[in-house]
Design a protein around this ligand. Sequence first.
Ligand code: ISE
Length: 330
Amino acid sequence: MSISVGVIGTGVMGAKHARLLQTETRGADLAAVCDADTKRAAAFGVEVFSDPLALIRSDAVEAVVVASPDETHEALVMEALSQGKPVLCEKPLAATTAQAAAIIEAEIKGGRRLVQVGFMRRFDPAYAELRHASTSGRIGQPMLLHNVHRNAQAPEWFTGAMAITNAFVHEIDASRWLLGSEMARAHVFAGAGGDPLMIQMQTDRGEMVSTEVFLNATYGYHVHAELVGRDGAVSMATPTHAWLDRAGQHGHGWPDNWLPRFNEAYRRQLNAWVQSIATGIPTGASSWDGYVASALADQIVAGMQSERPINFEIGTKDSFYEDAQTEETP
Ligand code: ISE
């Protein structure tokens, strides 16, 4: 039985999800898309909605992918919850902490885990290797995590503090997932104009996490992580399948954006999401994970101008979100 999925937003991310649903996702098919640009939406050859709420309410749609601008996420996720439909919401879960908290309240009230947040790095083979090295004990007790998050250039739709609320939220979630810890405090150093950023965090178990966020690195899209334990370290290999030798040079290219680097992660995430709908067993990042990422991002934005460390407050996780910590399997 194939699950009919509607995708809201056919920009960079929505188009990626729509294409993956049409070509590389088992147990689901693309039933409808929604975008204000109906011409762009029509390219997928499925029913086109101009109203996202109508898509969510449609009997032709059994599950929803939200890939529209950040500020629209809360209302659309809330509508999916009210319709009792599973929803994969691109990160961030919501534009503010309060909106993310409202989603948690509504999901718990509905009594069903229907929301998965698109922190796809949990499904990336390289991140999975780092986490396995930690959970298997091969590097001993983790002590340090070093993250690098470079864009060739900031997305043209980036405004204000999106380096934190839209980009760095990936490292907040990936660091929590890799270490199985909560972030306790942060200190932020900013370059001229706020780019690059160096964000130092420490977890509730004393692990230290450093993250460079550089949105205008020019040479290409480059995400890297190294996890250091008492008995060893594990770091990502060069993201390439081949080395090029020409004109006295040896090396590989860097992509312009994140799609080539995380194509496999998006594919695995969608397949895992569809499987979780079929089995009723949640996978990936929950609404709680989405809330934590937005809460820490908002607290960093509020405190990053001060010289004092930012002490995080996230409240208590409801038992509704207690899952067995599972490895995200391919
Ligand atoms: C973008 O929205 C993403 O989610 C990418 O994965 C991230 O690397 C980029 O910085 C964000 O702007």
